[in-house]
Unconditional design. Structure first.
Lengths: 171, 740
């Protein structure tokens, strides 16, 4: 690889919708790149071994544990973190009590939003199954499960109200 | 009101200690003892590192007394040549690169000349294993009510049982972390913690500084559960020592492995019950031996033991009670505060024991409890007269009704007779939790709260209470806004910063909403009075009066103060352990329904119902979340969470092999509140945070015993009830026959 200089590599990828370039260490985890080098500390480290899900981000639209992804693997790909979400659409999680201490929350929200945006998953899986990759020690999960349910309902209502608008009003 | 900092957390903007921007700093790391006991012979720094790049600190760098002060002065910040447990901190390193400092720390070799360690608190120590007093007893406490010996001698039926609970790891999702830095002459500590003033008290003698030279600021804390009550003082001490030597900020953030291996856990317990019972089920005499594994230093073990024994006889009326409590020294990583603080251990024992008694009498567990639950006017083990107007039998009855207990028992009998390998059962626990510090503890704390009136008419609530997910920010906002008729936006909650907030005590013991919250109300009242308003003044009148006060007193601070006063009629004798142990108790009845798979011995909780009387509910969503989270943590301890120990330290220090419940492991946890306002709690609230962890382990174990019935050759008397442990309790032949 010609772009490998002194054990470091320059990579380009799309981060939260923007093209970025970063010089990475070959052993570097995506989690460290995000937290310590591009100032996106919203993604949390809980266990560093892919058990707790606190570091969940989207890689090409799929939720992954960023502690298990070598930074070099995101070369040319799309990464979206908790910072990319529109806070105004997170109210369903707020009103059901889906967050308490907040340390698992960014990961929970990423997975929850992924379920919200893929309601077809619920044809084969329950919300409890889909959220089982995100450990939470505060809520007992009821607030989280209800938050995902509420987000799905809000999303459904939003879709319906959009389809009711005249074509000219649609974006 | 919705959780006030909720959106900040949901959107990933909440700044935890490892998220704070920090320039020109070093990462700290800790080198720890490999041996449970002995003298350090040698510390070897291997080749392959340029050690001159590292800041290195050992016990000789400590300016003051080498101890992390809490209750006793026995625990060194850095081992002074002698170690008492594996993982004991010996040496500190700091370096600009986190990866490099961690690598370096893992290569340093500490050689210890081993001495005989004691690793099992249940075994009497050999003379060469004795390291505390004359029998390794760190604390001995006794409760005596009536004459147990005589009552046992006269009792027609005696039921005995020995109950054991294992250690439990907190697994707050945010690992422990601290930053130390210097601001002129002031040493500043920022980090994840429950008790900023504990850190001040611990660091002042260690660093030989007066308290003004220390400023401790709590950062948003990603879960505590007691695990961030005392241990953060040690990490703060380490970060401070490195900073003082390096002259630069130092950050120490543990990874999960280090956090699980080195920090405190729930005390393991062994509790023996010997109970005299009448034929109609009345408890005639309770003799209880209550033993905790304290580990290698005192930490908070005496007070954990205290709360444990005070609750150990259960919420039942019995005239003759003798409880002997002991916290034993071992060469294990010290055990410490964990939600429930001794009560979950005792609650497991008494509530399991009640079901064992019921089976011996051929009585239903419900009826046995109905006969014995405390009625108003009756007394607890310490002689505290309960007269709060709560009908504890009604709390249980409500749980029985909501869970359809009777119908389920019948349905289970039919299901179990027909199913080849699944067995269903239902279990009950009735329990209580005293809120606030024990006895005169709140008087000694002498908590204070300030509410400042700001020039623009807003107010700022200044307390040392910390937000760790339980909802302090939201609850204090509600209380202050309600008290003065202001909007939530007009109430600022100050960050806990010991240079800005008074000492309102630690954020522990289910005391924040009830006790500190009540002081917030009193401070609001005081503020209003100082502006010259009558007590009924609210809203715009209040903010206008605050603004007017400032126009007349330019440059001055307007501060209302609330100071703790003991409610009338509380009497507690610390010497005899007689009297009113707590201002009030919260009461609960929990019901678990389980299914046991006879092929795998796995237990699944099918339904869980928690009914509790916790005084006035201040915020339904937050209160429900406290109960559900506590229940989940209790179910985890009951079934999954096993701390495997090697040389006295936790060996399974990963979330891969220390298993906590996922959303897929739990049913919806149903919550129901009965409200009986407590006149001395904020708006009538009682403590809520710890209560829900007590009941689930016995409710689940009782349900497992109910499901398995006579397939059991032994009562389930120890948790966690892992499949391995359950297998040993079952009659293998009968199980094979039934599941064939």
């Amino acid at each position: 690889m010609s772009d490998l200089i002194d054990g470091r590599l320059e990579i380009r990828f799309t981060l939260n919708g923007e093209e970025v370039t970063a010089e990475i260490d070959l052993a570097e985890r995506l989690l460290d790149l995000l937290r310590y080098r591009v100032d996106l500390p919203g993604t949390k480290e809980g266990c560093a071994e892919g058990e707790c899900g606190a570091c969940t981000v989207f890689l090409d639209g799929l939720p992954v544990d960023s502690c298990l992804v070598p930074a070099l693997q995101v070369r040319g790909r799309r990464v979206d973190t908790i910072e990319s979400l529109d806070p105004s659409r997170l109210d369903p999680f707020l009103r059901t009590g889906a967050t308490q201490c907040g340390a698992c929350t960014p990961g929970v929200v990423m997975t929850g939003v992924w379920v919200r945006d893929h309601p077809e998953l619920l044809e084969k899986h329950t919300i409890r199954e889909l959220m089982a990759g995100n450990l939470c020690r505060c809520t007992g999960y009821d607030g989280i499960v209800e938050g995902v349910e509420a987000a799905l309902k809000d999303e459904e209502a939003r879709r319906q109200s959009e389809t009711r608008l005249p074509p000219s009003a649609r974006e | 009101m919705k959780r006030r900092e909720g959106l900040s957390k949901l959107s990933g903007r909440e700044p935890y200690v490892d998220d704070l921007p920090l320039d020109d700093f070093l990462w700290g790391a800790t080198v720890r003892s490999p041996a449970p006991r002995g003298r350090i012979r040698d510390i070897r720094f291997p080749d392959g590192f340029d050690w001159s790049e590292f800041v290195i600190v050992d016990h000789r760098d400590i300016p003051g007394a080498n101890c992390v002060f809490l209750m006793e002065e026995d625990q060194p910040a850095l081992a002074p040549g002698y170690v008492r447990h594996v993982q004991e901190p010996v040496l500190l390193l700091a370096h600009p690169s986190r990866a490099e400092v961690r690598r370096a720390a893992s290569t340093i070799e500490i050689e210890v000349d081993p001495e005989p360690a004691i690793l099992d608190f249940r075994v009497p120590p050999e003379s060469e294993q004795i390291q505390y007093g004359d029998a390794n007893v760190i604390k001995r406490l006794e409760i005596v009510k009536g004459d147990v010996e005589q009552a046992l001698a006269e009792a027609p039926i005696i039921v005995e049982g020995v109950y054991e609970t294992g250690a439990q790891e907190h697994v707050y999702l945010e690992n422990q972390g601290m930053i130390a830095s210097l601001d002129g002459d002031v040493l500043v500590i920022q980090g994840s913690m429950q008790c900023p003033y504990y850190v001040v008290k611990a660091l002042a003698p260690l660093l030989d500084r007066d308290e003004d030279g220390l400023r401790v600021i709590q950062t948003p804390t990603g879960g505590g559960f007691g695990g961030k009550e005392e241990y953060p003082s040690t990490i703060a001490a380490h970060a401070a020592l490195l900073t003082l030597k390096a002259g630069r900020p130092v950050k120490i953030v543990y990874d999960r492995d280090e956090d699980m291996a080195a920090t405190t856990k729930r005390h393991p317990s062994r509790i023996r019950h010997r109970t005299g019972v009448a034929e109609d089920g009345r408890l005639l005499a309770q003799e209880i031996e209550f033993t905790l594994d304290a580990g290698a230093y005192v930490t908070l073990s005496p007070v954990v033991l205290s709360r444990g024994i005070i609750h150990a006889a259960g919420p039942y009326s019995c005239d003759h009670v003798h409880i002997l409590g002991r916290a034993m020294f071992t060469n294990r990583v010290p055990f410490g505060a964990f939600r429930g603080f001794g009560n979950p251990q005792g609650c497991f024992a008494i509530e399991r024991h009640m079901d064992v008694i019921a089976r011996r009498l051929g009585m239903s567990p419900v009826e046995l409890r109905r006969v014995n639950l405390l009625r108003d006017g009756q007394t607890t083990a310490t002689g505290q007269v309960i007269r709060d107007g709560t009908d504890r039998v009604a709390v249980m009855s409500r749980a029985l009704g909501l869970s359809r207990y009777r119908e389920k028992r019948e349905a289970h009998a039919e299901y179990n007779a027909g199913h080849p390998f699944l067995r269903r059962g239902i279990g009950l626990s009735t329990f209580y939790h005293g809120a606030g510090f024990t006895g005169a503890g709140e008087v000694y704390l002498d908590s204070r709260v300030h509410v400042a009136g700001l020039p623009e008419g807003k107010i700022e609530v200044r307390t040392a209470s910390t937000e760790m997910g339980q909802g302090m920010i939201t609850i204090f906002t509600q209380l202050a806004a309600d008290r003065l008729g202001l909007s939530a936006g007009e109430v600022i909650i100050a960050a806990p910063d010991t240079h800005r907030v008074p000492n309102s005590g630690p954020t522990v013991a289910s005391r924040t909403a009830m006790i500190v919250g009540h002081l917030v109300e009193k401070a609001c009242d005081d503020l209003r009075r100082q502006t010259g308003l009558v007590d009924s003044a609210r809203g715009k009148v209040v903010s206008a009066a605050i603004a007017a006060w400032h126009r007349e007193h330019e440059g001055e601070e307007l501060i209302g103060e609330g100071r703790y006063e003991q409610p009338p009629g509380i009497e507690w004798d610390e010497e005899t352990y007689r009297g009113d142990a707590y201002g009030t108790f919260a009461w609960a009845a929990h019901i678990a329904e389980v299914e046991v798979d006879l092929r795998t011995y796995a237990v699944r909780v099918l339904d869980y119902l928690a009914v509790q009387e916790v005084g006035r509910i201040l915020n339904e969503t937050l209160a429900r979340g406290q109960i559900q989270g506590g229940v989940a943590q209790g179910i985890g301890w009951a079934l999954l969470e096993e701390v495997v120990s090697r040389d006295g330290a936790m060996e399974n220090t990963q979330l891969t092999n220390y298993i906590i419940p996922t959303s897929g492991d739990l049913p919806p946890i149903r919550v129901d509140f009965l409200e009986n306002p407590y006149p001395y709690g904020a708006k009538g609230a009682k403590g809520i945070g710890e209560l829900p962890l007590n009941g689930p382990p016995p409710a689940v174990a009782n349900a497992v015993a109910d499901a398995l019935g006579d397939l059991l050759v032994e009562e389930p008397c120890a948790i966690p009830l892992t499949p391995e442990r359950l297998m040993e309790l079952l009659d293998a032949d009968a199980t094979d026959r039934r599941s064939a």
